[in-house]
Design a protein around this ligand. Structure first.
Ligand SMILES: *Cc1c(COP(=O)(O)O)cnc(C)c1O
Length: 450
């Protein structure tokens, strides 16, 4: 069955367009009929463990000598369906061989993707370990790096202030550096950098580049295509519109470049994660959540296209409003990062779309802005909303507005927020699937009070 699955992926699935892969992944008619009583939707195996025929099978299975899933903290067939789809979507349009390990949350995915490189290589208690990361990252990531890794474990995070300055990245790398890390576009500041250039620099030093492309999703950006080694996704966010729960994913190419002398880690990073570190840390997702997430991903491309178009319309509206001081949206031509974002953020398969028939740029559904009246005006605007939710979420089919300094990025404190370029009056809008005219009307009436 495993050999048949590999054949099926290689000879059939890999030849499909993005939408077809998103809808079916590697779940074949044959697998449905032979294994799952013909179920057209991937079954949710709500079982904590797998049973074995006899003690011999148990012994080889627990030693990973035969394909098996054993125990849902380690793996589960429903989780496997989601992993297959994500590995294929992130590698779409390339020859890269990828794997995926799904985790309980985006934060667990980031810990899982990074901690494996932050291990001691010598017996020297003073051995220094560092990694280099762009300072504009999601607030939770900032805390995980700054507090959990640096303050608590003594692993140095070397923040890059200007992620478009290659010399700055370069100056922070030394022999104790384990990987480079960047998020693009960033939440909530909508920063962006020239990924390929930073990846090439990382590889010149024999290191892996880890990218968080949660905000873009593989519908707009596939970092693997530009050479990145590992991608982390908060599956909670834009990938899954319905907002039914939390999940994360690590997607990695096979045969990583790294200075960690661990062959299993190098040759097949995500299988290594599943079989050892993630098993031991307990970062597993529920099989129910895996299939709920998978169901949302089936319509990713068309959803990201339509949300991006609404976001563009709202960005133009905000830009001309007299009470708005500045709009941060990568799709706006006057944004200093528009040119670099334009190189990377493209609606996948737009050239095969009857509507477009050519490559089309899309910039996602996240934007931020600042009001001329500062924090007090931002609060009046937020409090005046009637339809858009006040919440700290991203990617929902329902529009959401927040002030990061008092919500998602509150714990960082003023100093770290200023390092990460998050001013106190920044307002973040995540555009949902409502008609953009209704969203503009809601913002307009709230702005009238501010
Ligand atoms: C939300 C978010 C995360 C963390 O994901 P969770 O699923 O909430 O743990 C990581 N990166 C980015 C860019 C995010 O927006």
């Amino acid at each position: 069955m495993l050999a048949e699955r590999e054949r099926y992926i290689k000879e059939e699935v890999k030849k499909w367009r993005f939408d077809t892969i998103a809808v079916h992944g590697a779940y074949s008619v044959r697998e449905a009929i032979e294994n799952n009583q013909g179920a057209i939707i991937e079954p949710i195996f709500m079982s904590s463990a797998q049973a074995y025929r006899d003690s011999d099978e148990m012994e080889v299975a627990q030693n990973y000598q035969i394909p098996n899933w054993a125990y849902t903290r380690i793996h589960n067939p429903s989780i496997g369906y989601l992993e297959d789809t994500l590995a294929l979507l992130e590698a779409y349009g390339t020859d890269a061989e990828t794997g995926c390990a799904v985790t309980s949350s985006g934060m667990a995915a980031i810990a899982s993707a990074t901690d494996q490189f932050l291990v001691k290589l010598t017996k020297d208690p003073a051995e220094a370990i560092n990694f280099v990361a762009a300072c504009q990252v999601y607030g939770g990531t900032f805390q995980q790096f700054n507090v959990r890794k640096m303050q608590e474990r003594g692993i140095e995070v070397r923040w890059v202030k200007d992620s478009n300055n290659l010399d700055e990245w370069h100056s922070k790398i030394d022999k104790n550096t384990r990987f480079l890390y960047g998020e693009l576009p960033t939440n909530p500041g909508l920063s962006f950098f020239d990924l390929k250039k930073v990846v090439d620099l990382t590889h010149e030093h024999g290191l892996p580049f880890i990218a968080d492309s949660t905000v873009a999703t593989p519908a707009l950006l596939r970092p693997i295509q530009h050479g990145a080694d590992i991608v982390v996704q908060s599956v909670t966010k834009t990938m899954t519109a319905s907002g039914l729960g939390i999940a994360g994913a690590v997607i990695a190419r096979k045969n990583l470049m790294t200075n960690i002398p661990n062959d299993q880690l190098k040759t097949d990073f995500t299988t290594y994660l599943i079989q050892y570190p993630n098993r031991d840390m307990g970062w597993c997702v529920s099989p129910l959540q895996a299939i709920l997430s998978l169901n949302d991903i089936r319509t990713l491309r068309s959803r990201v296209d339509s949300l991006s178009q609404s976001a563009m319309k709202i960005a133009h509206y905000l830009e001309q409003h007299p009470k708005i001081a500045k709009v941060y949206y990568l799709g706006l031509e006057n944004n200093p990062l528009h040119e670099v974002a334009r190189k990377y953020l493209r609606l996948v398969d737009s050239e095969y779309d009857e509507q477009y028939k050519k490559p089309v740029n899309r910039y996602g559904h996240l934007m931020s802005f600042r009001m001329k009246g500062g924090v007090p005006a931002a609060r009046v605007l937020l409090d005046g909303l009637k339809r858009i939710w006040r919440a700290t979420d991203l990617g929902r089919i329902k529009s959401i507005m927040t002030i990061p300094a008092i919500s998602t990025h509150q714990q960082m404190g003023e100093g770290s927020r200023s390092l990460a370029a998050i001013p106190p009056d920044l307002v973040r809008l995540c555009v949902g699937g409502e008609h953009p005219d209704d969203l503009i009307a809601d913002i307009d009436q709230a702005l009238a009070k501010a």
